[in-house]
Design a protein around this ligand. Structure first.
Ligand code: PGA
Length: 240
């Protein structure tokens, strides 16, 4: 695994966006796995800027988001559908038919949806470049500690700390407790993986993921088994 330690969040975001931009320029119909959360916000800002200023073309890009809350309407302000529209999709020239996010809206059958999602990834020929953050508990996507390394897209219960973290965005409304997430096996099949981590709260997880034993109790440690991973961390997240 290559590790890039950047001085701060801004330079981390620029490095991640540059890597993505390069991949998209080489392969306009890139198949990308995309994250949500706080960490990638700076990268998305940079990508929007590249579209506006440097005419970066997203028209043939295929995207597969890592996960979505279960039980939230897609139009809910805190859904990952809304997040992606707001921070990327509404601001660049993506084609709506090329965008994939698990459907977690009420009434969805999570097993059928998960199978459908896996098939859409297979039908696209797999993911070229997958970008992922890391939780303080070392989860990746919503694969919480204990998730099997060969798990596929499926319904999962969120860890108590993950729900607590999400609660800050939901105010008085109860944050979701379940999600549909790509599995560890799904993620590990991506041809290239970029792990992003920023801030002191991630330092322990980054240390365990990069240098600790490979174990399902540290989901991100599975990345050590992948032949083409680059971790881009800032100095605080990389402090250990
Ligand atoms: P964050 O979440 O980017 O909001 O810190 C990362 C994650 O939990 O995967």
């Amino acid at each position: 695994m290559r590790v890039l330690v950047m001085p701060d969040y801004r330079t981390l975001s620029k490095a991640a966006a540059e890597l993505f931009t390069k991949a998209l320029r080489i392969k306009p119909n890139l198949k990308a796995g995309l994250p949500t959360g706080n960490t990638p916000l700076g990268m998305y800002e940079e990508l929007v800027r590249s579209h506006r200023e440097d005419h970066l073309d997203f028209s043939e890009l295929l995207t597969f988001n890592l996960d979505e809350y279960l039980g939230l309407p897609a139009a809910h302000p805190e859904s990952y559908h809304t997040y992606m529209s707001r921070h990327l999709f509404d601001q660049v020239n993506v084609s709506a038919a090329n965008l994939h996010i698990p459907d977690g809206s009420p009434g969805t059958d999570p097993d059928a949806e998960s199978a459908r999602y896996e098939k859409s990834i297979q039908d696209a020929g797999g993911i070229d470049l997958l970008i992922v953050g890391i939780g303080a508990n070392a989860h990746i996507a919503f694969n919480e500690p204990g998730a099997a390394f060969d798990s596929r897209t499926r319904r999962v219960d969120l860890a108590p700390e993950t729900i607590r973290n999400a609660q800050q965005h939901f105010g008085s409304e109860q944050a979701p407790t379940e999600a549909i997430t790509m599995g560890m096996g799904t993620i590990l099949e991506a041809r290239r993986i970029v792990l992003l981590a920023s801030g002191e709260s991630k330092a322990h997880a980054v240390e365990r993921a990069l240098h600790g034993p490979v174990t399902t109790s540290v989901p991100a440690s599975a990345l050590q088994m992948h032949p083409n991973v680059i971790a881009i961390v800032d100095e605080t997240a990389g402090g250990k």
